[in-house]
Design a protein around this ligand. Structure first.
Ligand code: IFM
Length: 464
């Protein structure tokens, strides 16, 4: 029997309740302690690239306020936190010399989390590539995957005694699409062939890094990718052309990454599309698919919304197009459709297609612009409703057998949302940009109570 909204739902005892951030989005202090320049430092300086001329120079100042933010998490009562290491803090030139002050910083941060009983989930690459590597061709170059594996090895040696789970790459599709095809993210390229090349090199980087991790012999260490997964839904489910178009879009966004990493090679249907669009995929060398598939220990699911797909109309070079969302579906403050049922279906489908692979929801969240009211509190009821809906969906997926181990809300704190600057607020914690004052939103308090009890209260009801 499916539980009703009026039911309280208990999650598995070992379920991890976490929060999620990334280095460039929260750290600031971009020239502190020998940090090298990243492609985002540079991109933010391109006139018109980021709304309002915003940059990550200060962000949430977490580089300096790490202890304060760990104390915040401890107050919330969440037991897990996903964050990323800034490659240019660890290797300012992207290769060779290791900056000890960068290592020391993350040592303190990891120790601080552990002291509060918060388990770290560490991302190695969340988009802040050292500019020195971009100058040598960036992710277009195969060599960058090798440099990444060396950087990963430095991190495993420095932190692997305390960190068990590693996300190697965050959202390879988005890096290819926004960074190299549409030019909306750093490094701002608009070149279709470059975009598919980059996506391949990111997968290769993952495979090489996972190899480094497992070569170190720590039995319980795990590596996986955090994918931006968008269920593709046919505009008209009764129209075979729309159904085929949605399957194509799924190949482009989801299967192109999941299939090779989990040993199925690149999907043939999408390979044909890519070859028609850019010619021979000559960057795929003998042995690459073996490396890419060598070992992945979990699937990181970044889920925000779905794509409604219709035949024809042309989404870039593809014979399909993304259609507007439905009028009767609620949306977040960014206009993204809120569709928790699609998260449930996605988790069940991952379990079916890649059986036995643990699932971590590495990101899920929503933008709402609520700020402190006269009482000083942030009453973001809509975020609570968003969380409630998505966690009910996760619970249903678990009941259907999907091995979901944890949920990391995006984000702990309002932060730098890339080309949209600081306008969108995704946090459980509000930040006052002028003063850096942090205020835990009602959603943060609600989520903390959930983390402590493991019980989702009846919709509209209170935690006991
Ligand atoms: O803020 C981003 C994050 O860096 C990557 N995944 C999507 C989030 C919200 O857009």
């Amino acid at each position: 029997m499916t539980p009703a909204d009026s039911d309280a739902l208990r999650f598995p005892d070992r379920f991890r309740w976490g929060t999620s951030t990334s280095s460039y989005q929260v750290e600031g202090a971009v020239s502190a302690d020998g940090r090298g320049e990243s492609i985002w430092d540079r991109f933010c300086r391109v006139p018109g690239a980021v709304e309002n001329g915003d940059t990550g120079d200060v962000a949430c100042d977490q580089y300096r306020r790490g202890a304060e933010d760990i104390a915040l998490m401890a107050r919330l009562g969440t037991g897990a936190h996903r964050f990323s290491l800034a490659w240019p803090r660890i290797q300012p030139d992207g290769r060779g010399r290791v900056e000890k002050r960068g290592i020391d910083h993350y040592d303190r941060f990891i120790d601080g989390l552990l002291a509060e009983g918060i388990t770290p989930l560490v991302t190695l690459y969340h988009w802040d590539l050292p500019s020195a590597l971009q100058d040598a061709g960036g992710w277009r170059e195969r060599d960058t995957a090798k440099r990444f594996a060396e950087y990963a090895a430095v991190c495993f040696d420095a932190f692997g005694d305390r960190v068990r789970d590693w996300v190697t790459i965050n959202e390879p599709w988005i890096v290819g699409l926004l960074g190299h095809q549409l030019g909306l993210h750093a490094p701002g390229e608009e070149d279709l062939k470059a975009s598919v090349t980059v996506m391949h090199h990111l997968l290769l980087a993952h495979g090489l890094a996972a190899g480094e991790l497992h070569a170190r012999g720590r039995d319980d260490a795990r590596a996986g990718i955090a994918y931006s997964l968008f269920p593709s839904v046919p505009d008209d489910p009764a129209d075979p052309a729309d159904v085929a178009a949605a399957a194509g879009s799924d190949g482009y966004v989801n299967r192109w990454f999941l299939d090779p990493v989990h040993g199925r090679g690149y999907p043939e249907d999408m390979r044909e599309h890519w070859e028609r669009a850019v010619g021979e995929l000559d960057f795929v060398r003998d042995g690459d698919l073996g490396t890419i598939a060598s070992r992945s220990d979990f699937i990181g699911v970044n889920y925000y919304t779905r794509r409604i797909i219709g035949a024809g109309g042309g989404d870039g070079p593809w014979p399909w197009s993304v259609r507007p969302g439905r009028d009767d579906v609620e949306r977040t403050g960014l206009g993204w459709e809120i569709v928790p049922d699609d998260l449930e279906r996605l988790l069940v489908r991952l379990h079916r297609d890649y059986p036995g692979v643990p699932l971590l929801i590495t990101e899920n969240g929503a933008v709402y612009d609520d700020g402190p009211g006269d009482d000083g509190a942030v009453h973001d009821e809509r975020r609570i409703a968003f969380l409630d809906g998505h966690l009910r969906a996760v619970h249903r997926a678990i009941a259907a057998g999907a091995p979901v181990e944890g949920y990391y809300h995006w984000s702990l704190i309002d932060n730098f949302e890339w080309a949209m600057g600081y306008r969108p607020r995704f946090g459980l914690v509000h930040i006052d940009r002028a003063t850096q004052r942090r205020t835990v939103k009602d959603s943060g308090l609600w989520y903390g109570r959930l983390a402590a009890s493991g019980v989702l209260p009846p919709r509209g009801g209170a935690h006991r």
